[in-house]
Design a protein around this ligand. Structure first.
Ligand SMILES: Cc1cc2nc3c(=O)[nH]c(=O)nc-3n(C[C@H](O)[C@H](O)[C@H](O)COP(=O)(O)OP(=O)(O)OC[C@H]3O[C@@H](n4cnc5c(N)ncnc54)[C@H](O)[C@@H]3O)c2cc1C
Length: 323
């Protein structure tokens, strides 16, 4: 039996939360299938990050410490990952479905002649075979993928799993790897201007659609409910296209994929491109005056009513309940 190798990602000097989500998956699949859990922490000066990762589910953490790894460099990172695969004997390699994951994961799969499954929401051991869950056709179908190759590389959707919560008795070992990067060179990182909206971390999202009718209705009607519930605002694409809210609020196939504990959709019809971004939410309340709106098909609680009556009433009820 092989092992599971997590490729941890470092961002702004810290291991990304998505890597701790990989640790959850690896620990679960590892104990179900008898695979040991290994990780790679590759960067420059990563000792303490590796120790932290070992404590939080990373199993045997291999460190590749080199100045060429200080910033993402496809060539250098791919070399380090291959060395970690050899050192760990991994037959399942997990990366996050992030820009660097998209870039390096297929390279690794091609280099190892391994199978590749991208953007998975889950992996399970089914009587010795690995089964990968992923959504296809813009979320219309859930596919279960079984890979025939002996080694599989998979990228996992951030936010699809809880980060590893237990303690682990992992250890840190140094990976001997000789690195060169002749073809790829790090030049600079350009950070897009952000208004600090990371909907993938919000527990509660109050999303508005075209039914709001105007930009100011977000502030007047939805924001008070979001504030009362300690939640964040979200939006459908027409809202963003109309310039009522910036793109980082958009939920859906061309926006963010979210999975909050509570998602309230007000004045959103429930087009498939929207549903794909929010149907993994734990509890969905839909408010729409059209009883046939498709959003009701995914809602746990549907309210057929005018949002301009229901949302303020709900806001008052939440405030009253909180005292
Ligand atoms: C390639 C592609 C990518 C896309 N990506 C995305 C994406 O990422 N996210 C996304 O959201 N969409 C996306 N779309 C657009 C998507 O197809 C829909 O057009 C969009 O989701 C509809 O947004 P909506 O529900 O706000 O508007 P509408 O479909 O116009 O629905 C408005 C709803 O509000 C209700 N309503 C109106 N007034 C009230 C009221 N007073 N009270 C209660 N209800 C009311 C109406 O009954 C209606 O159901 C994409 C489309 C394409 C082609």
């Amino acid at each position: 039996m092989g092992s599971v190798l997590i490729v941890a990602e470092i961002q702004n000097g810290r291991i990304r939360e998505a890597s701790y989500e990989l640790a959850s998956v690896a620990q679960r699949v590892g104990s179900a299938s008898g695979r040991s859990v290994h990780s790679l922490v590759a960067g420059s000066g990563v000792e303490s990050l590796a120790a932290e990762f070992a404590k939080r589910g990373g199993g045997t953490v291999h460190t590749a410490d080199h100045e060429l790894l200080a910033n993402y460099n496809a060539e250098a990172h791919a070399t380090a990952i291959k060395a970690a695969v050899e050192a760990s004997g991994a037959d399942l390699i997990l990366l996050s479905n992030t820009p660097s994951g998209w870039d390096v994961a297929p390279r690794i799969a091609a280099g190892l002649d391994a199978g590749f499954v991208s953007d998975c929401s889950d992996v399970a051991d089914d009587g010795g075979a690995l089964v990968f869950e992923r959504r296809i056709f813009n979320g219309k179908l859930d596919a279960q993928v079984r890979v025939k190759s002996d080694v599989v590389v998979a990228t996992m959707q951030p936010g699809a799993t809880e980060p590893f919560g237990g303690s682990s008795d992992g250890s840190v070992v140094k990976l001997e790897v000789s690195l060169t990067a002749d073809k790829a060179k790090f030049i600079e990182t350009k950070v897009a201007e952000s208004q600090g909206v990371d909907l993938s971390k919000a527990d509660v999202i109050i999303a508005g659609g075209r039914g709001l009718g105007a930009a100011e209705k977000f502030d007047e009607v939805l924001k008070p409910l979001a504030d009362a519930l300690g939640g964040a605002l979200g939006a459908s694409r027409p809202v963003v296209d109309a310039g009522w809210l910036p793109h980082q609020f958009q939920v859906g196939s061309s926006g963010q994929v979210v999975a909050p504990k509570l998602y309230i959709a007000a004045g959103i019809s429930g087009a498939i491109q929207h549903l794909v971004g929010m149907k993994g939410s734990n509890f969905i309340i839909a408010i729409n005056k059209d009883p046939d709106a498709p959003i009701f098909e995914v809602a746990d609680l549907g309210v057929v009513a005018d949002l301009f009556e229901i949302v303020p009433a709900l806001t008052n009820a939440v405030k009253a309940a909180k005292g």
